[in-house]
Design a protein around this ligand. Sequence first.
Ligand code: 5GP
Length: 213
Amino acid sequence: MPQRLHVQRGLVFVVSAPSGAGKTTLCGRLVKEYGDFDLSISTTTRPPRRGETQGVEYRFVSVAQFRAKIDAGEFVEWAEVHGNYYGTSRRFLEERLSQGRDVLLDIDVQGGLQLRRHLQESILIFIMPPSLETLQQRLRQRGADAEAEIKRRLEGAKKELACVRQYDYAIINRDITESLAQLRSIILAERQRSSRYCPPPDIAPFVPRAGGS
Ligand code: 5GP
C-alpha cells in the first residue's frame, strides 16, 4: 500500500455573523460556486419558512424532539437563537470528516465557540458588517421585522461582534464578490497547512545546527 503523505480527515469550517451581515448569501454563493465541501444541515425547532424543505435547509423538529436529541447526546453543539433551538448533528459531522470531506457550518457565535471547545482544530470565520450603521440599515431594509425586533437583533449583534477576536479569521462584508474571494482563500490556505501533511514515519527530521553556518 502506498505511504500516504497527507491527513485524510476533513476540516471543519465554521462561519458565523450577526444577523444582517450577509452570511447566508455568502455561504449560498460559496456552495453554488465550489462543491468541494459539505454543508452541515442543522436541526431546528423554528418552523419552516416559505420555500424551505424538510431535510434540505434544516431538519425541522418539535421542541420535545429537540430536547430528546440533547439528552441522547446527538448534538456536537446547540444553542437558542432568537427564541428557537438549533443544533449540529454529531453523527453527520463525524461521518463526513472521517470520509475526508471538509464540512462548512453556518451557525451562530455561541455554537461556534462551543464547537471550538469540543473540536479544537475547527476553523472559525467571522463575517462582519462594515459598520453598526450599515447593519442597522440592512435590518431595516429587509422590512421583515418590527422595530422592537430590529432593536433586539442589533443588541444581539453587538454581543456577537464582541467575540470577533475569539475567531481565527474575520471578513468585512462590503461587497459579496470580494468577501467570497476572501472566504475561498481562507479555505484554500487552511487546506495547505503543513499540519495537514505527514512526514515519512521512520525518518527523523533535520535538526538545524546551532550558531548558523
Ligand atoms: P435562520 O433561522 O435565520 O436560518 O438562522 C438563525 C441563526 O441560527 C443563524 O445565525 C444561523 O447561523 C444559526 N444557526 C443555524 N443552525 C445552527 C446550529 O446548528 N447551531 C447554532 N448554534 N446556530 C445555528
